[in-house]
Design a protein around this ligand. Structure first.
Ligand SMILES: [Zn+2]
Ligand SMILES: [Zn+2]
Length: 284
């Protein structure tokens, strides 16, 4: 436990030796939207470095990845630069993995949906990952993933209830539960940019081969951590109705245009077949 801030990770927090070919690389999706892959998960930087804008970090990567994230931020925005805030889409270990080191380095506020607060203030752990779920090797590995809650103490705040996103005036957050109770996706109306979080992803997250190669296809939320499939389905329908022009997701490469529209339509139409596992402990 860090004495100054009282923040600490769960007792089972550790480096996870799983990675993909895109780890350590970034993609400029738009001039003010940059996706960077940390092993198997994406973080996002919103803000245009050419226009010398302030910027915000979405999510905080894998355990033990803070140096990688700080380097990525400084390579894009310049040495010593720091975000205005860190917005979390949800509190799973692969989205909060470097959070404490980043908050200590940058001293910036952290925001998350109110229903995720217990999972990032040490009060509640998520249900155990389901290693028995229909899926591939990543699902089988999931029991080794950290599941004890991170405790950010008073360094984390609730997102405003009116849909506004602090420091991102053009964006609104949208509640997309199912994968986790308080997951939020983030949307910008003017160019219909969607930050989907893990509501749907563009790689089959439970297949180790597809995670390694980042095979580009839309899937439902990662199965081994999704506990409410009806809510997950409703959330995908909600996001599809926004008719996004480009989507960045928690796992996998960005997707845009007709491929995105068609893939989302297909996922909505066939959600039970594509997304919902045939067997697993969180089906009923
Ligand atoms: Zn997740
Ligand atoms: Zn995830």
């Amino acid at each position: 436990m860090n004495k100054e801030t009282n923040m600490h990770y769960g007792a089972d927090y550790k480096y996870i030796p799983t990675t993909s070919i895109t780890s350590g690389t970034g993609i400029e999706v738009l001039p003010d939207l940059y996706q960077f892959t940390v092993q198997i998960v994406n973080i996002l930087l919103i803000g245009n470095p050419e226009a010398e804008e302030k910027f915000v970090l979405i999510d905080a990567g894998m355990p033990k990845s803070s140096e990688m994230i700080i380097t990525a931020v400084e390579e894009r925005f310049g040495e010593g630069r720091r975000p205005e805030a860190i917005i979390l889409t949800h509190g799973h270990f692969d989205h909060v993995g470097a959070l404490i080191e980043l908050v200590e380095e940058w001293d910036v506020p952290v925001y998350i949906h109110e229903l995720e607060m217990p999972y990032v203030t040490g009060e509640k752990r998520y249900p155990e990952p389901d290693a028995s779920v229909e899926g591939g090797l990543v699902a089988k590995m999931s029991p080794m993933f950290p599941n004890e809650p991170i405790d950010l103490g008073n360094r984390v705040q609730q997102l405003p209830t009116d849909g506004n996103v602090p420091h991102l005036p053009e964006f609104r957050w949208i509640h997309t539960p199912g994968h986790s109770p308080g997951q939020d996706s983030i949307f910008r109306e003017k160019d219909r940019v969607l930050i989907a979080a893990d509501a749907f992803v563009t790689v089959k997250q439970d297949s180790l081969y597809k995670v390694l190669t980042q095979d580009h296809e839309i899937n439902g939320p990662p199965r081994y951590l999704t506990t409410d499939w009806q809510a997950a389905k409703d959330s995908v329908e909600k996001l599809a109705r926004l008719n996004p022009s480009v989507a960045v997701t928690g796992h996998g490469l960005p997707m845009a245009g007709e491929k995105l529209t068609k893939s989302l339509e297909k996922l909505v139409r066939n959600f039970d077949d594509i997304a919902i596992p045939d067997y697993g402990k969180y089906l009923h």
